[in-house]
Write a protein that binds this ligand. Structure first.
Ligand code: 5U1
Length: 675
C-alpha cells in the first residue's frame, strides 16, 4: 500500500469494521464473523499501525492496553454523587416501597417500573467527551472514587469511542463491571494450577482485577461492563424515561442487561422478582437481586432522594450465595473408583436457597491450599446448581483447639491400604471390588437412570442388598427373585415383583448405555455414545488399540488408557460374561455415520417440553446422528423451543437459526424415523 492517505483510509475501514464486530459480539450477543476472520482484520490493523505509528489514535481497538500507561488510582470527585440503593428483603417491604412512591406522587394508578438484574460486581463511572472515553472511576464512598481509566479501557465491552453521532458532547455513563461465571471459574483454575491464591467469588475477582496497577494484568481478566444509567450530561437531550435512556446507551455502544423488563405496579414487580430468581442459576453471570426503578424521569424528580439513596429505586435481594459456618468434622468417603474424598460436616447453614450441612473438600491438596482445619470458621458458597464449596477460612476466628485434617492410611470402609500414585492428587482405596463402598457405588452407577435405568432400584436398596451379601456384582441383580426381595424389611410382595420386573426390563440396553453402565473411569455419557457409535459392538471397543481409541471423539490418551485397562482386567471380563449369561443383551449400533440423517448437525433444546423429557428428546436426536449443544451459536442447525423458551429462542431468531415448536419437532421425528 503506497500512499499515506490510502493507508489512513484502510486503517479507518478496519477500525470501523472491528468496532462493529465488537458491538455485535459484546452488546448484541450476536457474533457476526468467525474468530479467525476477526483475528485476521485485527492483525492487519496492528501491522499497518506498526508501519505507520503516526496514524495510531488512543481510540483504536488495538490501543486498549497500555495506551495511557499505568493505572493511577488518583482521586476523582464525582460531579454527581454515586448513590446507593435501599434494599427490600421481603415482598411486604417491596409493596411498602411502592405504596410510598404512589403516596408521594399522589396517585392511585399503578406506577411504571423498570426491573433490572442487580449484577454482583462493582459500580463504575465513565466520562466521555466528544464521544471519547476520557476518564473512568470507581464508586469509592459515593462522593469520590479512584481513577481506573487505564484498566477500564482493557475491557472489550467498554466503548473507547461512542457509536453514531447523536451523543451529547459531555456525558457520564454508569454501570457495573463484573466477571461472568465461566471466566471466573477458568481464572480460578489457572491461579490454582500455578499455586496462587484463588478468588472467593466473581465479585472479588472483578474487584481484584480492577485494582491492578498494571493494565496488562487487567486485560487478561475476563471482565465485562453493563451500563445502567446516564448521570452528567451537557449540551445534549436525553429521553424522558429510564427505559428509553437504557436503549439509547445501547445505541452508543454499551451492553445493557437483556433480562430487563417493565412492570406496572408492585404485583408485576414481584412477578419479575420471582421469574428472575427462577432464572438466576442459568444466567452466565451472578446477580444478587433485582433493582426496580420508577421509569418516568419527571416522577423520579418529584420523588427525589433521602440521604444517599434515591426514593425512586429499590433493590430486592435474593438469598445469599455465601455464608459463614463452622467445620464440625471431616469424614472420608470412598467412591466407585476407590477415590477417597474428604467431606466437611458443617454446622447447617442456609445458603443459595437451601440448607447445607456437607461440602466436599475434594482432596488433600485442596485442604492444604485452603489451610482448613476442623473447628475453623469458613465461607461456604453455593451458586446456582453448583455443589456447595468451602472457599475460604477465616483465620482470625480459628479456635486454639482447631485440629489438622489427616488422610487415613486405611480405607474407612474395608480397611485396605489407601494409596496415592505419585503425581496424582487423588488417593484411592486399594480394595477394588473387595471394598463394599466401591461395589455399592459401582452398582448404583450401573442401575442409574442414564445407565441401565432400573426403576425402583434406589441407593437405599442397593446399600441393603450389598450389606446383606445378596448382591456382590452387578450380574447378581439379574438372579434376584421375588422371594429373595420379600425377605427384606419393608419390601412387600408387590414392590418385590415390580423390582424384579424392572430389572428384567433392563436386559436389552442400547450399547452406549451398557458401556456407560460399566463405570469405566472417565467414560461419561458423551464418551460412551461416541464409542458405541464409532465401534458398533462391545467386542470391537474391547479389542481397539490405544491409537485407534484416540481417533474417537472425546477420547484422549488418558481415557484410552482407562478403557484398555478396564477390558484387560479379568474380573471385568468375568462380570461382562456373567451379565451375558444372566440374559443381558446389549444392542449393537449402526456405525455408518454418514447414513445417519442428522449427521453433522447441531441442535439445541430449550423451554419446557410436554410430550417428552429433555433427555428423551436429546437421545432421539443423537440416535439420528445430531449433536445436542447447550447454547445457540452460528453453528446451530435447529432449535427446538418448548413452552416459556427465553433467551436461547431470541438468540436463535436473531441468528436466523431454524426454530421448531415441540409439535413440529414431534412431526419431524416421526417422518425421520419412518424414512
Ligand atoms: N442494574 C442496576 N444496578 N444498580 C446499582 N441499576 C442500578 N442502579 C443503581 C445501583 C447502585 O443506582 C441508581 C439507582 C442510583
Amino acid at each position: 500500500m503506497a500512499n499515506t492517505s490510502t493507508v489512513a483510509h484502510r486503517i479507518e475501514q478496519l477500525r470501523a469494521e472491528i468496532n462493529d464486530y465488537n458491538y455485535r459480539y459484546y452488546v448484541l450477543d450476536e457474533p457476526a464473523v468467525p474468530d479467525a476472520e476477526y483475528d485476521r482484520l485485527f492483525r492487519e490493523l496492528q501491522a499497518l499501525e506498526t508501519q505507520y505509528p503516526d496514524l495510531i489514535t488512543p481510540e483504536s481497538p488495538t490501543q486498549r492496553v497500555g495506551a495511557t500507561g499505568e493505572t493511577t488510582f488518583d482521586e476523582v470527585v464525582h460531579r454527581l454523587p454515586m448513590l446507593s440503593l435501599d434494599n427490600a428483603f421481603t415482598d411486604e417491604e417491596l409493596k411498602d416501597f411502592d405504596r410510598r412512591v404512589r403516596e408521594r406522587l399522589g396517585t392511585d394508578e399503578p406506577v411504571e417500573y423498570v426491573c433490572e438484574p442487580k449484577l454482583d460486581g462493582l459500580a463504575v463511572s465513565l466520562h466521555y467527551e466528544n464521544g471519547r472515553l476520557i476518564q473512568a472511576a470507581t464508586r469509592g464512598d459515593g462522593y469520590a472514587g479512584e481513577d481506573i481509566t487505564a484498566n477500564i479501557r482493557t475491557i472489550p465491552s467498554v466503548p473507547l469511542m461512542l457509536r453514531g453521532q447523536g451523543y451529547p458532547n459531555l456525558v457520564e455513563v454508569r454501570g457495573e463491571v463484573y466477571m461472568p461465571r465461566a471466566g471466573f471459574e477458568a481464572l480460578n483454575r489457572r491461579l490454582a494450577n500455578k499455586g496462587d491464591k484463588t478468588f472467593v467469588n466473581p465479585r472479588n475477582a472483578a474487584a481484584g482485577s480492577l485494582r491492578q496497577k498494571n493494565p496488562k494484568v487487567t486485560a487478561r481478566r475476563p471482565l465485562e461492563l453493563c451500563g445502567y444509567s446516564v448521570a452528567v450530561v451537557d449540551e445534549g437531550l436525553l429521553p424522558d424515561n429510564h427505559w428509553d435512556c437504557l436503549n439509547l446507551i445501547k445505541d452508543w455502544g454499551f451492553r445493557i442487561n437483556p433480562e430487563m423488563r417493565k412492570a406496572s405496579g408492585a404485583e408485576e414487580c414481584l412477578d419479575a422478582y420471582r421469574s428472575l430468581l427462577d432464572k438466576r442459576a442459568t444466567l452466565p453471570y451472578e446477580i444478587d437481586g433485582i433493582v426496580f426503578k420508577v421509569n418516568d424521569f419527571s416522577q423520579q424528580r418529584t420523588l427525589g432522594f433521602i440521604s444517599r439513596a434515591p426514593r425512586w429505586a429499590i433493590a430486592q435481594k435474593f438469598p445469599a450465595q455465601e455464608e459463614l459456618t463452622t467445620i464440625e468434622d471431616v469424614e472420608f468417603q470412598v467412591g466407585r473408583t476407590g477415590a477417597v474424598t474428604p467431606v466437611a460436616r458443617l454446622r447447617p447453614v442456609f445458603v443459595g436457597g437451601v440448607t447445607v450441612s456437607n461440602a466436599t473438600l475434594h482432596n488433600m491438596d485442596e485442604i492444604a491450599r485452603l489451610d482448613v482445619r476442623i473447628g475453623d470458621t469458613v465461607f461456604v458458597r453455593r451458586a446456582g446448581d453448583v455443589i456447595p464449596q468451602v472457599v475460604k477460612v477465616v483465620l482470625d476466628k480459628r479456635p486454639e483447639n482447631a485440629r489438622l485434617i489427616e488422610r487415613p492410611l486405611h480405607c474407612p470402609v474395608c480397611g485396605s491400604d489407601i494409596v496415592q500414585i505419585e503425581g496424582e492428587v487423588v488417593a484411592r482405596c486399594s480394595g477394588g471390588l473387595y471394598c463394599a463402598a466401591q461395589r455399592k457405588e459401582a452398582i448404583k452407577h450401573f442401575a442409574s437412570r442414564k445407565a441401565m435405568d432400573i426403576e425402583g432400584l434406589g441407593d437405599k436398596w442397593i446399600d441393603i442388598l450389598v450389606e446383606k451379601g445378596m448382591v456382590k456384582t452387578v450380574a447378581d441383580l439379574y438372579h434376584l427373585t421375588v422371594v429373595d426381595l420379600q425377605s427384606l424389611e419393608r419390601m412387600g410382595e408387590k414392590s418385590a415383583r415390580n423390582l424384579v420386573e424392572a430389572i428384567a426390563a433392563s436386559r436389552r440396553p442400547q450399547l452406549w448405555r451398557f458401556v456407560y453402565a460399566l463405570g469405566i473411569r472417565e467414560v461419561g455419557e458423551a464418551t460412551a455414545k461416541s464409542l458405541a457409535r464409532h465401534y458398533g459392538t462391545l467386542e470391537r471397543i474391547a479389542a481397539a488399540s490405544d491409537d485407534d481409541l484416540q481417533t474417537v471423539q472425546d477420547v484422549g490418551p488418558i481415557v484410552a488408557g482407562h478403557i484398555q485397562s478396564f477390558f484387560n482386567q479379568s474380573h471385568n471380563k468375568e462380570t461382562i460374561d456373567a451379565l451375558r449369561s444372566a440374559g443381558v443383551e446389549w444392542q449393537s449400533e449402526s456405525v455408518d455415520l454418514a447414513a445417519q440423517p442428522l449427521a453433522g448437525e447441531t441442535w439445541v433444546l430449550t423451554g419446557t417440553l410436554s410430550e417428552m423429557t429433555r433427555d428423551e428428546a436429546k437421545e432421539k436426536l443423537e440416535s439420528l446422528g445430531a449433536k445436542v449443544a447447550g447454547s445457540v451459536s452460528a453453528k446451530t442447525t435447529s432449535l427446538v423451543a418448548g413452552a416459556a423458551a427465553g433467551s436461547k429462542l431470541t438468540k436463535a431468531e436473531s441468528l436466523g437459526v431454524k426454530v421448531l415448536s415441540e409439535q413440529e419437532f414431534i412431526t419431524f421425528l416421526e417422518t425421520r424415523q419412518q424414512s
